[in-house]
Design a protein. Structure first.
Length: 315
């Protein structure tokens, strides 16, 4: 069931699947489960806790012998030596996001790392290509987390970018199963990134209240906040708090994350903002990461095979 293409060749994984770099959440217990299941586990740095991240990378090497990477969310970088930090840890794959790809790409590439940059627009994609990245993660507005205020859906953005670039593209936003992976490939992607589906997995360290809220969510149960700024927009789980923020935006969206630990690990979803994608409306259960990927890849092959059988042209 392995899938071989440019993404798996670059990443050294069985599947062209990457885990989203969720702050405080994407650490060794979850990320090693992703890597061990054949995909690319990612360790976050957006928490800014580099001493803790160093320990998490050490733990990763005890928990898996499979490839894994690190994310640099540029808007949250506190240490100007972040690139040296990553190189010193022996990391070979990096995703960069939330900033200008020109800032770190050349330094990372000169050290021999593979770099994929997250982009929310065609202009961002073209700039990343000019900066010399190895690949793109094209992120539609369906996904959870920090977003471009000028939101574009994956269905529109992905084929647009793929029509303009030659480097490998990983699709993000709205992806959770084999059907959506097959759709992403039909639109030009060679890989997918999963966030909310992995956030709600059995190995995810977040509180059960958040996982239960995802399982119970309808397709309309996320909100798009801070469209007019200042600061980035974001997509989050609909709660009483986020519904208020939708109607009455905060003057400082980052201040809403002051009690992030209470939300993520304490289970108080009204204490702040629980970043969640629209696919929450399609998630009906909590499963181990390995089962999620096994079912996803099996369904991916079934969908592609059925499409060919039903609509393929005989030659």
């Amino acid at each position: 069931m392995k899938i071989k293409n440019r993404v798996t060749d670059m990443l050294g994984t069985e599947y062209p699947i990457v885990q989203a770099a969720m702050g405080w959440i994407a650490r060794s217990p979850l990320s090693s489960a992703v890597s061990n299941a054949g995909a690319m586990g990612i360790i976050e740095t957006s928490s800014g806790e580099l001493d803790a991240i160093r320990e998490e990378i050490i733990k990763m090497r005890d928990l898996t012998d499979k490839p894994f990477g690190v994310n640099v969310a540029q808007a949250f970088v506190r240490d100007p030596n972040i690139v040296d930090f990553i190189i010193d840890q022996g990391i070979k794959f990096v995703t960069t996001s939330a900033g200008d790809p020109v800032k770190y790409t050349s330094m990372l590439k000169s050290a021999g790392l593979t770099v994929f940059h997250v982009v929310p627009s065609l202009s961002g994609a073209l700039r990343a290509v000019e900066a010399g990245v190895d690949g793109l993660i094209v992120e539609g507005a369906e996904g959870g987390g920090f977003k471009n205020p000028r939101d574009v859906s994956t269905m529109v953005l992905l084929p647009l970018v793929c029509s303009k670039v030659d480097i490998p593209v990983i699709a993000a936003g709205g992806i959770l199963d084999g059907k959506t992976m097959a759709a992403a490939f039909a639109l030009g992607a060679e890989g997918v990134l999963l966030g909310t589906r992995i956030l709600s997995s059995a190995e995810s360290p977040v509180h059960q209240n958040w996982k239960d809220a995802i399982v119970e969510a309808e397709e309309t149960d996320t909100v798009f906040l801070n469209r007019m700024g200042p600061g980035p927009a974001l997509r989050a789980l609909r709660t009483e708090r986020t519904s208020r923020l939708q109607k009455h935006p905060s003057d400082n969206i980052f201040a809403e994350f002051a009690n992030v630990q209470d939300v993520y690990f304490g289970g108080d979803l009204e204490a702040g903002i629980a970043l969640t994608g629209q696919v929450a409306g399609r998630i009906n259960d909590i499963k181990p990461v390995a089962q999620i990927f096994d079912e996803l890849v099996s369904e991916f092959h079934d969908v592609i095979g059925n499409l060919h059988e039903n609509y393929g042209v005989s030659r």
